[in-house]
Write a protein that binds this ligand. Structure first.
Ligand code: SF4
Length: 386
């Protein structure tokens, strides 16, 4: 038994409720199991129960073993004085919580629920609930995936805000870092961002009309210059601007030549030397097509990369800038990404119709399925409740 499963069982009342008695033999009725407490103190608050003829309202504390009350240091802690019921899986110690009534659940829970949960926790498969997944209501699934897109954008908002703070609220500079980061995904995000951070936008803007110089600076900083002439030019700029090459090594792991770091950095140079600023373009553009068209003009930048920049850099920036509605609309209008995770979902009959769906599914797999957070997942709760 894990404590989070015990919480789930208690909150959703997955136990036989007929003839409940406390450990000291008094009849017990549950009117309301309580609201989860996100602060310090007991697990649930505002629970309502009846013991014999007396009605109680207060907090409930849950433990796998009754003796955990003492082990967790609750005895004498004033925050636990409002506890009216101690719910445990196993009562391994009499009167562990002083005079607080104890309810034991071990013999009252369906074996099917327990074995399904255990099966999920142990299965080394793509998605542990794959056998139950087709039976989950499509509405529940869709709503959950939409909620996850928002959570993903909120997580990325923290990433953008951190960079904004470091750039002193400079949106153009932050966009430059995010752009470089997205071009380095999946394995070179940190290295590409380090290259971008080592070359401030104001310096690169001076060379805007000379794309080959910008490319030399990027490749030189990444330690990827192969040509002797370019290497000599880089040494000149390095001395002039006092540049030190970045320490973060770039990786060539499992890459096709078109995705090699040097090719990507050349495209990044193209992005930097083309047209006006990217941040003002995305901020002022109404339709995602306007940005797609501008990206489509960058030499060598394929459709997948254009979509990747929009999803991983521009949409999070818009969301953080306060244009969340537009960010979500653009995601809904972009085609879904293509990768092995999404092929895995498709194999289970869950297809991503657009980038919002694919982002939601990626979030689900990474933040919930991999971490076996099935009890926090709407699909998991639907399966177990069913
Ligand atoms: S987290 Fe949700 S979708 Fe993933 S395996 Fe668990 S129940 Fe299934």
């Amino acid at each position: 038994m894990r404590e989070e499963l015990l919480h789930f069982i208690w909150r959703y009342r997955h136990f036989h409720q007929q003839g409940l008695v406390t450990e000291d033999g008094r009849p017990l009725q549950i009117e309301f199991p309580g609201e989860p407490n996100t602060d310090q103190g007991p697990d649930l608050r505002k629970a309502r129960i009846r013991i014999g003829d007396v009605r109680f309202e207060g907090a409930v504390e849950l433990h796998v073993r009754a003796s955990d009350w003492l082990r967790h240091g609750h005895a004498g802690d004033p925050r636990y004085q409002e506890v009216i019921l101690h719910v445990v899986w196993d009562n391994d110690r009499d009167r562990a919580a002083g005079d607080i009534p104890v309810l034991v659940l071990a013999t009252r829970v369906s074996k099917i629920l327990l074995s399904r949960y255990e099966h999920w926790m142990r299965q080394p498969v793509f998605v542990p609930c794959e056998r139950q997944l087709p039976n989950v209501d499509a509405g529940i699934r869709g709503e959950w995936i939409r909620a996850l897109v928002l959570r993903r954008l909120q997580r990325r908002d923290a990433l953008v805000r951190e960079r904004l703070e470091q750039s002193r609220q400079d949106w153009a500079e932050t966009t430059w870092w995010m752009l470089a980061r997205s071009m380095g995904l999946p394995v070179n995000a940190a290295a590409f961002e380090a290259v971008a951070r080592s070359l401030p936008l104001r310096l690169l803007r001076r060379h805007r009309c000379y794309p080959s110089t910008v490319e030399t600076l990027l490749l030189g900083q990444a330690g990827l210059l192969a040509e002797e002439g370019a290497a000599r030019e880089y040494l000149f700029w390095q001395g002039k601007y006092g540049l030190s090459p970045v320490r973060e090594p770039v990786s060539f792991l499992r890459m096709r030549p078109g995705h090699f770091p040097a090719a990507r950095l050349s495209q990044l140079a193209g992005l930097l030397t083309s047209g006006g600023g990217w941040f003002s373009l995305i901020r002022d553009a109404g339709a995602v097509e306007t940005v797609m068209k501008a990206l489509g003009e960058i030499k060598g930048l394929g459709k997948d990369m254009q979509r990747g920049i929009l999803i991983n850099a521009f949409v999070p920036l818009l969301f953080s800038y306060g244009q969340g509605e537009k960010a979500l609309r653009w995601l809904g209008q972009l085609p879904a990404e293509r990768n092995s995770l999404l092929r895995g979902w498709a194999g289970l009959g869950v297809h991503a119709g657009n980038a919002a769906d694919s982002q939601g599914l990626l979030e689900l797999r990474k933040e919930y399925c991999d971490a076996r957070r099935c009890l926090d997942c709407a699909i998991g709760r639907a399966c177990l409740n069913g």
